[in-house]
Design a protein around this ligand. Structure first.
Ligand SMILES: NC(=O)c1ccc[n+]([C@@H]2O[C@H](COP(=O)([O-])OP(=O)(O)OC[C@H]3O[C@@H](n4cnc5c(N)ncnc54)[C@H](OP(=O)(O)O)[C@@H]3O)[C@@H](O)[C@H]2O)c1
Length: 328
């Protein structure tokens, strides 16, 4: 296979593509690429390669992984490692690569949640799978109500001090725990760079619970995961459930989500998007990006065409009052 050479034009849209991540030196693309579901061993490697090349060729420098991405677990990182070796090694310093640990990854008492033992071992495994010496950013993937927060956070501090990750992050921690993490990490000169939470048109909890405001007020970047509600906020399910869709696989996105009320909302979104000459994903992402404090949206894509449609949101104008009222 011919050696990949990244597009010379990849930074042409820099002025509108990047946003500063909280109070930090890092710029991230408004659309970032996540490896949760579409890059595991069950996905064709050539499709993964095409999507990742498409991302990088269009200035998407931020790639989000976790130990358990696949399916099966671990294979999202393995695919990334393969593509790193074959295509992206020369571009390592142009990439911002993240991984996480926090969910069940291996059997026994040390392969889940937030202990120092788990986080340290997991990151070592992730680096091997991803064929990297370090990641740019390491997250605690979820709040652990039992492990002392100091233990989880100190493990992250030590990971950063060891050079295995450059920055620290947390995902899905409740507001009070986020406040604690912010203070703990700041006092140890390892500031919290990113909070990752689910924020999209139909799931606004981080905004309602004050997490977004806290991040904004304290210089922490906020990244919205599942910004298209796993594909619901696109044209995908307007006329039934396509056979090749995430919902048809019935795991993380089930048919029960597609209630008559939601379908009605999706048709309203379609009307709003049409009136703006946009696709639904574009409008849905534009809404997220207009929320104060949001750094980036973390999209999944099962094709490069989907990714390109999503990327169009960087050219969208903010939604007007009437549009916002319709999509309330
Ligand atoms: N921190 C956490 O706990 C957490 C949790 C979940 C996700 N994440 C991160 O967030 C990333 C994104 O999550 P997600 O995959 O749920 O994101 P999403 O962007 O909301 O959903 C992605 C799915 O939507 C569909 N889609 C995307 N663009 C489309 C388009 N233009 N037109 C039609 N359909 C489109 C595709 O479905 P089909 O596959 O059906 O084509 C795709 O697989 C993950 O990869 C991961 O990195 C983090």
């Amino acid at each position: 296979m011919e050696q990949y050479k990244a597009s010379e034009k990849r930074y042409e849209e820099s002025d509108i593509l990047y946003r500063r991540c909280g109070r930090s030196g890092i710029l991230l693309p408004k659309v970032s690429l996540g490896f949760w579901q579409n890059f595991g061993a069950v996905a064709p490697l050539e499709r993964s390669r095409e999507i990742m090349r498409c991302a990088f060729d269009n200035g998407i420098t931020h790639f989000d992984l976790a130990n358990n991405y696949g399916p099966p677990y671990g294979t999202g990182e393995e695919t990334f490692g393969k593509l790193m070796e074959s295509d992206f090694r020369p571009y390592r310093d142009e990439m911002f690569i993240c991984t996480k640990a926090g969910y069940d990854m291996w059997q026994g008492p040390y392969g889940n949640w937030g202990s120092r033992k788990y986080l340290m071992a997991s990151l070592d495994q992730s680096l091997k799978r991803m064929k990297l010496d370090y990641v740019d950013h390491f997250y605690s993937h979820r709040y652990d109500p039992v492990t002392p927060l100091e233990e989880t956070l100190q493990a992250i501090v030590d990971i950063v001090r060891s050079g295995k990750a450059l920055y620290a992050g947390i995902s899905r921690w409740p507001l009070e725990a986020l406040k604690f993490a912010h203070k703990y990490l700041k006092e140890r000169d390892v500031p919290l760079l990113i909070y990752q939470g689910r924020l999209n048109l139909i799931d606004r909890e981080p905004r309602q619970e004050g997490i977004l405001d806290f991040c904004k007020d304290n210089g922490i970047g906020f990244i919205s995961f599942s910004p298209l509600a796993q594909g619901l906020l696109t044209e995908r399910y307007l006329d039934g459930i396509p056979g090749d869709s995430r919902m048809s696989r019935g795991k993380s996105l089930t048919e029960e989500r597609l209630t008559p009320g939601l379908l009605k909302y999706l048709h309203t979104l379609k009307k709003v998007a049409d009136s703006r000459n946009e696709n639904m994903a574009q409008t849905a992402l534009a809404w997220i990006l207009s929320q104060e404090g949001v750094t980036s949206t973390l999209v999944g894509a099962s094709s490069s065409e989907q990714l390109m449609r999503n990327l169009q949101c960087i050219k969208s104008k903010p939604l007007c009052k009437e549009e916002l009222a319709l999509l309330k």
